[in-house]
Design a protein around this ligand. Structure first.
Ligand code: URA
Length: 236
């Protein structure tokens, strides 16, 4: 066991003093948890990362796009034993989802083990557009469409709606199928938005994330992102 700042310095990442300030600033993680205690001891099995980048393991970064099925949870493990998005991908690397989709929401989700990439995509300044198709219980009126386009305030914050269109209305079943594009990343935000208009969402799917679409990925299928796609996210 050795002191964390010494291990960081020995890896050639930073001087001992610089390593100490990185730790104090909360930039260092050990096994995925931020460590700010200078005396922390680590061993060679511990995974150390700085600013999301693993520095002491020979890890190759992986990036996947998955078409998430229903009844799969967007996390690495689930205390209740439900299937997770990570279970669907055959890899030995410790990947995790970038953001989340609800248990019963389907569609496009990205996974990676590259913390810098994940942080980049989730940073609020990085206004990535996400498009959802939602089935609503109710027929949407033109007044409601105007309200949506103007933006709806949820928990005192405006949800900016970039695009909105009706795909289908079924008067007999009293349902609407709509497509909505937002930049928001708050949990359950699409459902909350329509709930505010008394239009409960009975089905939800994310069909686009930035420039990425699912193309021919079927439910439960995935593929690695190309280097070009990863670079494109950095250049947006
Ligand atoms: N908004 C929701 O309500 N649920 C999701 O899964 C994603 C966005």
């Amino acid at each position: 066991m050795e002191r964390l700042q010494k291990v960081i310095a020995n890896l050639g990442y930073a001087s001992r003093r610089k390593a100490e300030s990185l730790i104090k600033d909360g930039k260092v993680m050990v096994n995925g948890h931020v460590v700010t205690e200078l005396g922390t001891k680590v061993n060679s099995n511990d995974v150390i990362s700085i600013d999301g980048n693993i520095i002491n393991k020979d890890i190759t970064y992986e990036y996947y796009i998955l078409n998430k099925p229903r009844q799969v949870i967007s996390s690495v493990t689930d205390p209740q034993g439900r299937k997770t998005v990570v279970d669907l991908i055959a890899t030995k690397e410790r990947i995790y989802p970038i953001g989340r989709l609800d248990y019963n929401t389907t569609g496009l989700i990205l996974l990676t083990n590259d913390g810098q990439f994940a942080n980049h995509l989730m940073h609020p300044s990085f206004q990535i557009e996400k498009t959802y198709v939602a089935k609503l219980e109710g027929l949407i009126t033109s007044a409601e469409i105007r309200k949506i386009k103007a933006g709806i305030t949820i928990d005192k914050r405006l949800v900016e709606v970039k695009k909105f269109r009706i795909k289908k209305q079924d008067a007999e079943k009293n349902t609407s199928l709509v497509e909505i594009t937002i930049v928001e990343g708050r949990n359950h935000i699409v459902k909350k938005l329509f709930e505010k208009l008394n239009l409960p969402v009975s089905k939800l799917s994310r069909v686009k994330y930035g420039f990425l679409t699912l193309d021919n990925l079927k439910s439960g299928e995935y593929r690695p992102l190309t280097i070009k796609e990863v670079k494109k996210f950095y250049s947006l």
